[in-house]
Design a binder for this molecule. Sequence first.
Ligand SMILES: *Cc1c(COP(=O)(O)O)cnc(C)c1O
Length: 402
Amino acid sequence: MTQHVGELTPPVRLMLTPGPSSIDPRVYRAMATPLVGHMDPWFKGCMDETQILLRQIFQTENRITMPLSASGSGGIEAAVLNTLEEGDEAIVAVNGVFSERMYEIATRASSKVIKVEAPYGKPVDVEDVRRAGKGKKIKIIGFAHGETSTGVITGIDSYRKVADELGALLIVDTVASLAAVPIDVDKQRVDICFSGSQKAISAPPGMSPITVSPAAEEIFRKRKTKVQSWYFDLTTAMNYWGKDRLYHHTPPISLIFALREAMRLVVEEGLEARWERHRVNQLALIAGLEAMELDLLVKNPADRLPTVTAVMIPGGVDDAKVRNQLLDEFNIEIAGGFGPVKGKIWRVGLMGYCSQKPFVLLFLSALEKCLLDQGFRMANGAGVAAAIRSYSQVETGAAVSR
Ligand SMILES: *Cc1c(COP(=O)(O)O)cnc(C)c1O
């Protein structure tokens, strides 16, 4: 039997999800440029440029700064497995699925990991972390800067202070926040910071930018045992990304091209302008949702992650039906909840390329149509009107022109 498989023609979606986000045409073009070998002298220059851009976006001068050949979860593994050895004490602050993942990975490296929790929709109280570490020899404190499963942001500085008090390294998951929310790795003294290519950087999935402080490098040097993961051993991986350029593994070259171009776009826009764009577009989205009488999961505005907004699904409205209709009728993808909030929330991502005024207004009107079709009543056009008012109150947030 010969079955015919046709040419690949994926639908063109607007991915208003917590990743992957839609990407700029320039990034597609970069990805489709000719492949070169990973040991080609020309590619070495391209690697240097990739690292220059990574350091600008992380705001760091760290020597170990590279894109791991992995999705964001690989960043968690690398950060945790390179620092922890069996018997080491660690604290992971858990307030959702992704910080839980860091805890889970840490427990595979050491049996002495303390989980400090907060309810979904809130950051973990740093006082609880301080209390949990009191009198202990804590090696690392880890948390998710942006907890994508609930749309919560956790401040870095208060955690740094506690890490200093306890003599611990600070590991921060910025998969959902880097290039969208203020992060200054050197100034805020984050020891290991990692991200994901497909979120606010708006490149395709498959790369995890990571950077390591000199203090953390020193901890790597003092290890008594080998890192359990050969692939994610940052010291040997850096032999390729460092000046020696020794073969370690074959990196996804085309993805590096794409990441390089996506980061060029970040730097062209400017980090501050980009942070402001994310802030302003989320404010308009929230104004629109609230005018449609929808509630948010995260009650405290200061705790809201600008890239992901968690909306409570109103009673009587079918979660899957709305999401399917958005996809089928409008080519818009949003995400549902998982874990304890499955079926209870929608997660709307405004990340990188997707954080634009036209997309916010389009989404609000599309959502209104889907809700009306389910019998949910609201003042007609209230969402879009409120978003427009929100935009008129702030100066920026305009579309990325191209
Ligand atoms: C998406 C995400 C991850 C996981 O990234 P993958 O690319 O799916 O492996 C980890 N942490 C946070 C905060 C995320 O948003």
